[in-house]
Every structure is written in structure tokens, then in C-alpha cells.
Design a protein around this ligand. Structure first.
Ligand code: UTP
Ligand code: MG
Length: 845
């Protein structure tokens, strides 16, 4: 039985004909074995093409690297009887921090020669085999010295035939343990505080070494149990007892390892509190000291827990090292990496690996005392400097709650004072100051809670980045962009393209029973991020522009060109939130609002002038003259009556067109002429309010409007039971009335913010636009039967899926914001919405 680590690099070693390829086939899975012959075949169409050896190995190593990077066991099937060949394999294993393993076939030479003669696929002379055998025999004794962590030699055909492989998990691989865990920071001999903390976590400490955890829970110590503090033996006795009883795991810290070396009698510099540990341990029985040595010696550099979602290491661990085994992985886990510089206190400057961390697993560590445990890119340092008079901290997992007890005394003076580097800014916010291009470029697959993976194409991501980086507001404010909205199915009713019946039917077919119809305002979409104060904004969003909020457009641009105007809007919306009691009710000091800002002309004035008014004025300038001339001609008896009628009709339709857009044009002299109509309160501290139905959201808008009717506007709406014919008829009549009075139309939403139907996620909203409003969109004469017929063929599928993808992305971004994930994770979604918006689609939908 050959035991190999689950993740290792196996070198088969043996002369030609020793049966490497044959054995590999029985012991390993097909994809795991990379054979030099197979690669010669691949690159040169010939297994025996010796001139292709370099290329073949090039390709083989390339594939091996891809596999090892993914953490997959890999076998290299080549003779490997030369020391150079093996050195390359050991180096490859080191590069990926996996264990190199040698599996040697050392068969009698006569067996090899006999097999060689029987083969038709090998043409070289016998002496090649003799040379290889000599080479192999010379190598045998040195294999362990070359770096192979495990060497197995099979010496006979019987041994080969009997060989089996058993894969063993690495010591650090405890993915099978799912917790829940309580990860405990650096204790440093603070036994009293450890007992306090265990108590606070619900553990019952019976005596100096017996502890009962709350049902199912396991403690995990991040190491540095010893040194500096008053009772290192007490801490060791407790932790060793727990580990022995299976109620705790423990990884070693640098202090623990140094103490071990000192106890082993090795020469170490006695500093940094080691003297205290040695003194305290001198008063203990020799058996206890032996137990301590065995305990520390047996500790594994780090643990990968809970299916790979949690990693615990004393000084943390970068993603590429997790679940790997090598000297440098152990060193990293114990000491971290340093930059080579020293700071003003003479201490080595630690390389901030966590700032670059992009792994999926959460990493919990200690080692560097910090004033407060704070997340940074899914990593958290929970060494809150208990021995320096700080606190002893635990992280509950998976709850991600921090539990701390204060130090009872200052047991040691820190060399570097325990103060935050930048007050008022979290490490994550500081880290988010600098965005990384690599986080937003290239093809992106964005995991959303609502709709699985949303794909963003590389060129769309690039376009979005261009737009956002050139035009958008400060990225720290840019936390959400709204999705596009699809129209209802095209109506077949005379004279209209859109009609409420289709929207209501759409939801009924999707299995929805309750909808809300909301009046659709004709203005411009805006996102408002509003904080209770500039200080609150800074604390939450890391902004430092002195603003308490921003208002931005669908493309992320500042909505108001005038900063003073924006500040006033923010101030008044904030005051309305205050007056409406929403800050307190939601226990938040910031909100994200989705709103429409009116009038349309305020933001779209230029568009109206260039695109719509140009048509209107051309019509006004020509049609009266045309009609006059044609009239005169008809009076003179020319056969132009048809043309006259047609021109009159066109003049009339263009007049209707001008009336249509003029309805949404008003002069804005001051803020008094501007209205903000919020329709979703999307998020506040700790919550994305998608669990509230649209009645709630409308209610919030109404409360804000009551508080400041001069600026804020409620939205007329009505709830409709789709199986109630009277309510349905009333909703249709309401739309008729709204649009007859010049309204844009209405938006129909399922009552619930998020609805899943028979075919998955249901459209979050459908717009039903009025006949006259659509004249602006489709042109003055679109109501002529021939145009309507043509327009009815419009396809909605692309718009519909786009709307769902953007909806999922937008909410995913808010979920990430609320979970306080790194800004880049929020931006991934914002950028995704912008990217999807660059898909080519009929802009009139
Ligand atoms: P392999 O082709 O497995 O040997 O067997 P190898 O070590 O990989 O050789 P090279 O380095 O690629 O040249 C060689 C021959 O020996 C037979 C196989 O059928 C093949 O013809 N063989 C192998 C046995 O007869 N018995 C065995 O146990 C293994
Ligand atoms: Mg072979």
C-alpha cells in the first residue's frame, strides 16, 4: 500500500520497460498522469521523436502547472533516472507548494531487456536500458536528499503487481469539519481572560483542563498561546486539554514554536516575553513540559475548514498557500512575510498580504496586534492585543460575530503603540481607496443570488469601465444602478401599441395574484444615496468629500450639475427621512433611494431641443404653408385633394407630437420647480428592502412627501387582485384616465419585490405607456395603421432577459454593500449593469 498525500506531485522513476506507464494506468486516474511519450505524440505525432523532447516537456510542464495551481494530484510519467529531470520535478512541486513524491520501479535488468525485445514501440539498442539502470541505481540513495518527501521503491514484478495507492488527506485539510467554530485570537499567557472569553462564548470551564463547549461548537486557537502574559502554563493546560478532548483545534504561532525550540535546548534569543514562559514552566513538572513540547510539535501550520470556506493560520495565509504543504507555507503561516524594511520602532514591516487577498475562503488570523478586529477582503485579524492591555477576541463562525473580553491588566508594553493607522477609516475603506484594474477588466462571471451567474463580455466590461471612470461620481458613492424595464406585451387593440390588459395578463400567466399599478412619472431616473450627515457618510462609505449624499443618473453621472443644488436636495431628503421617522425606524443613518426626478426637461432639455423640438419646429414651419398652397391648388381645380388631406393629417399628427413632449417640459428656475418621486427605498444599514412589498415602498414615499411636499412627491398607485375582474377593469380605466390626461402611463409590478414564477424569476416591473406618450418615442405618425402594424412585430425577449439580468445584478451589488464586502465586489455589479446597458437593443423599448 503506497500512501500518498491527496495533493502531491508524483515522479515515476524507472528505466524504459520497467512498467511505469502500465502501473500509472492502474494506480491513478487518466487525467492525472502526464506522460512524456504522450506529449511527444501530441507535439510531434511520434512517441519516440527524441528531437521533440524539449517541446514535449515544455507542454507537459505547462499542463502540470495548470493542474497544480488547481490543487490536483499530478503524476509525471517519464524515466526520470537523471538527477536533472528529478530536480525540475522537485522545483515544480516547490513552486506550487505541494509534496514531491517518488515512485521508483527498480526491476532486474534482464526483465527489462526481455520486455524491450518484446516491444515493437521502442527501437533503441539494449545498452540504453543498461545505462538507465545504472543511472537509476546511482540515484536511489539520494532521492530523499533531493527533496522527495516520500520515496517508494518497487523491486520486483510481484511487488509491482501488488502495489496499491491510498490517498491521504493533508494534515491541514479539515474541510470535513463544518463547525460552528469560535476562533480565538492570540492569548499570550492571559489565562484569566481566556476563561472569561470562553465563558462569554458559552463554554463551561470545569477545571484547569476540562471545558464543555456549547453543543456542536469547536474552539480554534490562532496560536501564540504563550509568552509575555502571567500564566502561560495555565493557558497551555487549558488549550491542550481541549485539543485532546476534541473540543478545540489549535495552530502554532511563532512564539509557540520558539518556546518549543527553547525547551528542546536549542539556541534561541530569549526575548519578547519568552523569559517569562520559561520561568513559569520551570515551576511545572517535567512531564508537563514534555507534554507541552509534544503538543507544540504536533501542531499543523494551518487548517482549511468547513468545505474550504474557512482558513485559520497564525499570521494569515494567501490563497495560493491554502491547503498546501511546504516550508514556505509553514513560514508564511507562522510569521507572515515582511517587506525587508523596518519601521520607526525597529520592527520589520509586514507585507500586507490581506490587501491583495482575492480568495474565496475567509481567513482568520492573529499575529499582529490591532486595536479592533476588522475585515479586509474576507480576512480578519483577531489579535486585539490582550497581553498589551487590549482585549481577547473571538470570531464566531459562521455567524461572523465578534466576541471580546477586556484585558484585566497591561501585562506587557507594546513596542509599536496600538492605534489605528488612520482614524475613522476602516482597513477595508483604506484598501478600497485604490481600485485594481484587474478586478474589473476581462470577461466577468458575476454570481448573483437571484439569477445565478451573469456573464459580462470583455468588450462590454471595457466600455463600462470607460464610461464609469470618465463620467461617474466618486466610486465610493456608486453602489447601485437601476435595471432597465421592459414594456408589456404588444397590444393588438386598435390604435395602441401598449395596453394594461397585456401587463396584467403577463403576471397572471406567471402565477402572480397581486400586483401594484403605479403611475409612471415622466422625468429622469435617479439614484439617491443619502446619509444622516457627512460624518455618517464618511463612516459608512469611506467618502471624504464632506457630502452627506449624492444623486446620480442611470449612467452614474452626477444628476445635478450644481453641487449646491445637489447638497440642498440631499439636505431636504435627509430632513424628510428624519421627519418621517425613517432613520430610527430602520435603525440606519443612510439609505439608497430609487426615484424619478421631474420635470423631464430639467435633465433632458438638450435632448428635447435637438431630437424632438427640431421635428416639431420643422413641421410648424412647413405644414401651414404646404396646406395653404395645396388648398389654393385644389380650389383652382387641380387633382390634389388626396395630398391635401394627407398633409392636413400629418400637420395634425405633428401637432399632437409637439403637444406630447411639451407636456413634460417646464422651466426650472429653482429647486421649487423640481420634484423627486421616490419609488423604492432599496437599502439601509443591514438590509436590502426586497423583503418589503411595493405597498411598503409606496408608503415610504408617501411619508417622505408628507414631510416635504415642496420637493418630494408620492406616487399614485393601486393594488390589484388579478382574479378580481372589477379591480382589473378599474385598473384599466385608471390607465385610460391617466393617459387621457397626458400621463406617461403606468408601471405594473408584482406586489412582492422579488417574485419567482413557474418559469423562474418574474419581471420585476412592466411599463404600459400611453398612446400619446409613445408618439414621442415612435414618431408623430406612428398611430397610422400601416406603422402600427409594422411596429407590432417588435420583439421583447432580449429586453426581458436584459431587465432580469440587470435587476439581479443591481440587487446583488446592494446585498454585497450591506454585507460590507469590499467595494470592488459592489462595483463588479454596478459595472455589470453599465456593461449590459451597452448591448445593442431597440432603444424605443
Ligand atoms: P511500460 O510501457 O509500462 O514501461 O511497459 P515504461 O516504464 O512506461 O517504459 P518507457 O519508459 O515508456 O519505455 C513496457 C512493456 O512491458 C510490459 C508492457 O506491456 C510493455 O510492453 N509490461 C509492463 C509487462 O509485461 N508487465 C508489467 O508489469 C508492466
Ligand atoms: Mg512509458
Amino acid at each position: 500500500m503506497i500512501r500518498v498525500p491527496q495533493l502531491c506531485l508524483v515522479a515515476l522513476v524507472g528505466a524504459s520497460g520497467s512498467g511505469k506507464t502500465t502501473l500509472a494506468r492502474t494506480l491513478f486516474r487518466p487525467g492525472e498522469v502526464l506522460s512524456s511519450d504522450a506529449f511527444r505524440q501530441l507535439v510531434a505525432n511520434d512517441e519516440n521523436a527524441q528531437d521533440a523532447t524539449a517541446d514535449a516537456f515544455d507542454a507537459l510542464y505547462h499542463v502540470a502547472r495548470k493542474r497544480l495551481a488547481r490543487g490536483l494530484l499530478t503524476v509525471i510519467d517519464a524515466t526520470n533516472v537523471q538527477v536533472d529531470a528529478r530536480r525540475a520535478i522537485v522545483e515544480l512541486a516547490r513552486e506550487f507548494d505541494v509534496l514531491p513524491v517518488a515512485l521508483v520501479l527498480d526491476l532486474p535488468e534482464d526483465v527489462l531487456i526481455a520486455r524491450h525485445h518484446a516491444r515493437t514501440d521502442r527501437t533503441f539498442p539494449d545498452r540504453v536500458i543498461a545505462q538507465q539502470v545504472r543511472s537509476l541505481r546511482r540515484s536511489l540513495r539520494g532521492l530523499a536528499g533531493e527533496g522527495f518527501r516520500q520515496v517508494t521503491v518497487l523491486r520486483s514484478e510481484v511487488e509491482v503487481a501488488a502495489a496499491e495507492v491510498q490517498r491521504e488527506r493533508l494534515y491541514n485539510d479539515r474541510r470535513d469539519l463544518t463547525g460552528p467554530f469560535d476562533v480565538i485570537g492570540d492569548v499570550h499567557g492571559c489565562a484569566d481572560e481566556l476563561r472569561d472569553l470562553l465563558g462569554a462564548l458559552g463554554y463551561v470551564v470545569h477545571d484547569d483542563s476540562t471545558v464543555t463547549p456549547p453543543p456542536g461548537r469547536t474552539a480554534v486557537f490562532v496560536g501564540d498561546l504563550v509568552d509575555r502574559g502571567p500564566d502561560t502554563p495555565g493557558v497551555l493546560r487549558l488549550v491542550m486539554g481541549m485539543v485532546r478532548a476534541g473540543t478545540a483545534l489549535c495552530v502554532p504561532g511563532n512564539h509557540d514554536v520558539k518556546l518549543l525550540r527553547a525547551l528542546q535546548g536549542k539556541k534561541v534569543t530569549v526575548a519578547h516575553g519568552l523569559d517569562r514562559s520559561l520561568e513559569q514552566l520551570a515551576g511545572q513538572l517535567p512531564e508537563f513540559r514534555r507534554d507541552v513540547m509534544a503538543f507544540i510539535e504536533g501542531l499543523v501550520s494551518h487548517y482549511v475548514l468547513d468545505g474550504g470556506h474557512l482558513v485559520v493560520a497564525h499570521a494569515g495565509l494567501k490563497a495560493a498557500y491554502q491547503g498546501r504543504a511546504s516550508g514556505r507555507v509553514r513560514d508564511f503561516a507562522l510569521y507572515g512575510e515582511t517587506t525587508g524594511e523596518t519601521d520607526e520602532f525597529g520592527l520589520p514591516v509586514r507585507w500586507n498580504w490581506a490587501a491583495e487577498y482575492r480568495g474565496d475562503a475567509r481567513v482568520v488570523y492573529g499575529h499582529t496586534p490591532v486595536p479592533e478586529a476588522q475585515w479586509l477582503n474576507r480576512t480578519i485579524d483577531i489579535d486585539t492585543g490582550c497581553v498589551f492591555g487590549g482585549a481577547l477576541t473571538a470570531l464566531r463562525y459562521p455567524e461572523l460575530e465578534l466576541v471580546s473580553v477586556p484585558a484585566r491588566a497591561v501585562y506587557a508594553e507594546p513596542i509599536r503603540p496600538l492605534v489605528p493607522a488612520t482614524p475613522d477609516v476602516t482597513p477595508q475603506q483604506e484598501n478600497d481607496e485604490l481600485l485594481d484594474l484587474a478586478d474589473v477588466t476581462g470577461k466577468r462571471l458575476i454570481e448573483t443570488g437571484l439569477r445565478g451567474r451573469v456573464t459580462v463580455r470583455e468588450e462590454e466590461a471595457a466600455a463600462a469601465l470607460e464610461t464609469l471612470s470618465r463620467f461617474a461620481v466618486d466610486p465610493r458613492w456608486l453602489v447601485y444602478l437601476p435595471p432597465t424595464m421592459s414594456p408589456s406585451e404588444t397590444s393588438t387593440r386598435d390604435g395602441v401599441l401598449e395596453y394594461p390588459t397585456e401587463a396584467l395578463d403577463h403576471y397572471r400567466c406567471a402565477g402572480v395574484t397581486q400586483v401594484v399599478c403605479e403611475e409612471k412619472h415622466m422625468g429622469s431616473r435617479a439614484t439617491l444615496v443619502v446619509a444622516r450627515s457627512a460624518h455618517a457618510a464618511q463612516a459608512r462609505f469611506g467618502t471624504r468629500d464632506g457630502r452627506a449624499g449624492v444623486v446620480y443618473t442611470r449612467s452614474g453621472r452626477a444628476f445635478f450639475e450644481e453641487p449646491a443644488l445637489e447638497a440642498e436636495v440631499i439636505r431636504r431628503v435627509g430632513a424628510a427621512l428624519e421627519a418621517g421617522g425613517l432613520w430610527d425606524e430602520l435603525a440606519t443613518d443612510w439609505v439608497v433611494l430609487d426615484a424619478e426626478i421631474l420635470p423631464w426637461s430639467f435633465k433632458a432639455g438638450e435632448l428635447i431641443r435637438r431630437q424632438y423640438a427640431a421635428v416639431g419646429s420643422a413641421a410648424a414651419a412647413t405644414f401651414p404653408a404646404e396646406v395653404q398652397v395645396l388648398d389654393a391648388a385644389v380650389v383652382r381645380g387641380l387633382p390634389l385633394a388626396d395630398l391635401l388631406a394627407r398633409t392636413r393629417e400629418r400637420a395634425g399628427l405633428t401637432g399632437a407630437y409637439v403637444d406630447a413632449y411639451r407636456r413634460y417640459v417646464r422651466r426650472v428656475a429653482s429647486l421649487d420647480d423640481v420634484r423627486v418621486a421616490p419609488f423604492h427605498l432599496l437599502a439601509s444599514e443591514g438590509h436590502v428592502h426586497t423583503d418589503r412589498d411595493h405597498q411598503w415602498h409606496m408608503g415610504v414615499a408617501a411619508r417622505l412627501a408628507t414631510a416635504d411636499p415642496g420637493l418630494l412627491m408620492a406616487t399614485a398607485h393601486r393594488a390589484v387582485s388579478l382574479d378580481d375582474d372589477v379591480q382589473v377593469a378599474e385598473a384599466v380605466a385608471w390607465w385610460e384616465a391617466l393617459t387621457a390626461a397626458g400621463g406617461e402611463g403606468m408601471v405594473v409590478k408584482p406586489l412582492e419585490f422579488i417574485t419567482r414564477g413557474k418559469k423562474g424569476l418574474v419581471q420585476p416591473a412592466l411599463k404600459v405607456r400611453g398612446r400619446e406618450y409613445l408618439r414621442i418615442i415612435y414618431g408623430p405618425e406612428y398611430t397610422r395603421p400601416e406603422h402600427l402594424e409594422r411596429l407590432r412585430a417588435r420583439g421583447l425577449t432580449a429586453k426581458r432577459t436584459l431587465a432580469l439580468r440587470e435587476f439581479a445584478l443591481g440587487l446583488e451589488g446592494l446585498e454585497r454593500l450591506v454585507r460590507r464586502e469590499p467595494l470592488r465586489r459592489v462595483h463588479e455589479c454596478v459595472l455589470g449593469v453599465t456593461a449590459l446597458e451597452s448591448e445593442t437593443l431597440d432603444p424605443r423599448l
